[in-house]
Every structure is written in C-alpha cells, then in structure tokens.
Ligand binder design. Sequence first.
Ligand SMILES: [Zn+2]
Ligand SMILES: [Zn+2]
Length: 299
Amino acid sequence: MIVDQMKLTCYETHIHTPMCGHARGSLGDYAEVARRRNLKGIYVTDHCPMPESYEHQGRIARDRLSEYVEMVVQAGRDWAGRVDVVLGIESDWLPGMEPWLERLHRQADFQYVLGSIHCHLPDYRRLYLTDNALAFQMQYFTHLAQAAETGLFDALAHPDLVKDIHPDQWQVSRLLTHLKTCLDRIASTGVAMELNTGAEKKALAEWRPGVEILKLMNERGIPVVIGSDAHEPEQVAKHLPSALNMLKEIGFATTSYYRGRRRLDVPIADAIASLKQQAVASESMPLRSGPHPEQDRSG
Ligand SMILES: [Zn+2]
Ligand SMILES: [Zn+2]
C-alpha cells in the first residue's frame, strides 16, 4: 500500500541525534519510524553548541556543527520523496547569549529554531536556583518571555519544564497572575509554544506544558507546535494522535510547523485525518500480494 507523501500533513518537529551524546539511533532509523507512522517529515533539532564559558556536555560540540548540518542534509537527500528530513536546531538561551545565537543561526540554513531554557542544567541552576520554589518558577517564566522577545526563536520548547525542578511545589494557581503576564508578552511576539510529549526524566504525570497552560495559550492565540523530543527512534510521534486530540478538545484549531523560519498552520482535523491514512495503509498491507512489497511501498 502506497501512502502518497504529498497528502500527508504531520511532522515530527523535535528529535535528537547521537551527536548530542545522549540520544541513540541513526537519522535513517528515525526517518523509518516517521514513514511507518505516516508522517510527512521530521525536524532534526539537536542541542546547540554553547559558548566557551558554559557547560558543553550533552550537545553538539562547537567544532562539529558543520558535521551535524551535513548529516541532516545527507539524510534529507537519502529520504527525498518519502520522508522530509529537515534541518533545525534546539538552541539554549540564557540572558546575554544573544550574540552567540545570532551568529550560530546564520551558520546554516536552519528551517526551524526551537528555543529552550533548560533550567535543570548546571549553568541555569548555578545562576538562578534558589530555595524559594515559587520565586524560581516565576523567574523561569520571566526568562521564557524574554527569550521570545529576543526574536531568535520560532517556538519555545517544553515551556513549563520548571515544574520538574520542584514537582511537589508546582501549582499553576500559585503563579497564575505572573504566568498570564508572561504569556501575554509571548503572545505579542508571535512566537509559538511547544506541546512536548517527551517522557524523559518527567517528574509529573502530564506533558509539558499541562492542560491549564495550554488553555491559557489558546486563549491568547499562541500558536502550538507538537514535538516528541525523541532521543530514540521509537519515540518519534509516539503520542501525536493523543496530543492532537487533546489540543482539539481544548479548542485549538491548528497546529504549526516552520519552513524557512516561517510558520505554517495545519488544521487539527486535517492532521488527525492524515494520521488515519496510516491505519488504512498498514491494515491493508498484509492483504497485498506480490514479490516486492518493499519496492511497492517506497515507490
Ligand atoms: Zn536532549
Ligand atoms: Zn529537545
């Protein structure tokens, strides 16, 4: 059964590669899962290199950025016509990093730049961690709004990641006024926010962000992208159907992805329908006869 790639609408927008040192599987393995799950493509968004004075473990080494870019471009060629393999990057932001990131983002033809504040990492903790959980959480959301206002990013990754630092002291209602102010600031930049369905080291039984924040985003018209944050191939778009249904229930009309750093919106109903083509395709596959099913599928 051939599923026409042109008719598909869903992308996996957030995956990692072994070049960050804590993900496994080749890009071919990721693309294969994307093909199997009927995605139109995948955005490769590995962790950016950092300036000299910051921790550089767990990310693309400073002298290997061109190798990363070439790997993604090559996978794009290999999978052309089957799965779009698109060059992106997940860029960490800390106050003052703007010149570094401006230069970095000019070094390749990135189609999508995902901004992250990794508040669990040593640099952020060293600079901002306090015993006062609420103050720490509020500081994080101030930073998130500042990150959006730099204009460096298309979307903000896992936007309530801070809840995992003091999970027992996480309650949206405690910082609601401040949160709304920060979300208003983000909304006025036009920067999207991610619904991150990754499970890695998750302290709370909800995605990032949870439903309350998703509702606040929707009320403000903040565009939403869905990403799995896959660090291994099997995680690609694993929760995409339930994420789309959740967004639909909350009232979102569209989900977004980026091409050439420009936002493209897909109606959620279309995205759900596109994934259902997958079911038709894979169920009918065993019914097909013929000696070369592999050739048939890729043709
Ligand atoms: Zn990672
Ligand atoms: Zn990530």
